[in-house]
Design a protein around this ligand. Structure first.
Ligand code: HPA
Length: 245
C-alpha cells in the first residue's frame, strides 16, 4: 500500500474517497493526526497530514518517528512525501515541481533515529542515495503519463525552521550544493529508510529562497498560498496517475 504524507498546502486529498480515519498510537507517541484510509482511482492508499489536519504542528515539532512508525505498522510499503520548498537554483521558481535526488541535513535536536541505544545493537543504515530510486522512477513516470512537468533531481537542504533563512544562510547552502530548501525532509527520509520503507518526495517550490530573485529583500509570504493552491492541483494529478500505474 502507498502512503502520502501531505505538507503545507496539501492537508487533504480532495479526491480521496475516505473509508476510515484511524487514530493510532505508537511506541514513539502520537502521529500528526489520524491516518486517513481511502480509495483513490480504485486503489487503497493512506494519507497523513504532516502538520496536522488544522496545520498547527511546526516543522521542528512534527513527531517524525510516530508518523513513520504508524505508516509502517499500517502495512505501508512506499511513502510519497509532498512538501513545499524554497528555490535556490535560479531556474527553480515558484510553482516548479521536482523529485529531489539528494539531501543535506542541517536540522538539530530532532529525534532522528529508531536505533537510539537501549537494547538495540548499534545500527548504521546506508544513506548514499537517500531516496528510493524505484519510487522516484514511478513518480516521474506518472507525471509523464499525465503530462505534468516534474523535474528529475535536485539537492534538498533540510533546515530547522520555523523561521525562513537569511540571505547569507542561503548563499552558504548554495555553496554546499543545495538547490532547494525545506524544513521537513529530515529526519523523515532517514527514519523511513531505517524501517525499510520506500520513500521519495515531490518538492513544490513555493517561493524563491531568501536573497534570490523576487525574494531579494524579503520572501513574499503573502503570495505563497496562491502558488501552493495551484501547484497542489498538479501534484494531485500526478498522485492519481501514480496510484493508477
Ligand atoms: N525555506 C525553507 N523552507 C521553505 C521555504 C524556504 O524558503 N519555502 C517553503 N518551505
Amino acid at each position: 500500500m502507498l502512503a502520502i504524507i501531505g505538507g503545507s498546502g496539501l492537508s487533504q486529498l480532495s479526491d480521496l474517497e475516505a473509508t476510515q480515519r484511524k487514530v493510532v498510537r505508537t511506541p514513539y507517541g502520537e502521529p500528526s493526526g489520524p491516518l486517513t484510509y481511502g480509495k483513490l482511482r480504485g486503489s487503497e492508499i493512506v494519507f497523513l497530514a504532516r502538520h496536522g489536519y488544522g496545520h498547527t504542528i511546526p516543522p521542528h515539532q512534527v513527531n517524525y518517528q510516530a508518523n513513520i512508525w504508524a505508516l509502517k505498522d499500517a502495512g505501508v510499503e512506499a511513502v510519497v512525501s509532498v512538501a513545499s520548498v524554497g528555490g535556490i537554483r535560479h531556474d527553480l521558481g515558484p510553482g516548479t515541481l521536482l523529485v529531489p535526488e539528494q539531501i543535506i541535513d542541517y536540522t538539530w535536536g530532532r529525534r532522528s533515529t529508531f536505533f537510539d541505544g537501549g537494547d538495540t545493537p548499534v545500527t548504521h543504515i546506508d544513506f548514499t542515495r537517500p531516496y528510493s530510486d524505484a519510487l522516484r522512477d514511478r513518480i516521474l513516470r506518472a507525471a509523464r503519463d499525465c503530462g505534468e512537468a516534474l523535474l528529475d533531481g535536485g539537492v534538498y537542504a533540510a533546515t530547522q525552521g520555523p523561521r525562513l533563512e537569511s540571505a547569507a544562510e542561503i548563499n552558504r547552502l548554495e555553496r554546499d550544493g543545495a538547490e532547494v530548501v525545506g524544513m521537513t525532509g529530515m529526519p523523515e527520509a532517514a527514519l523511513a529508510r531505517e524501517v525499510g520503507l520506500q520513500y521519495a518526495a515531490i518538492s513544490v517550490v513555493a517561493n524563491y529562497a531568501a536573497g534570490r530573485a523576487e525574494s531579494t529583500q524579503a520572501v513574499p509570504l503573502e503570495r505563497i498560498e496562491a502558488v501552493l493552491d495551484e501547484a497542489m492541483r498538479r501534484v494531485r494529478r500526478i498522485i492519481e496517475a501514480l496510484v493508477e500505474s
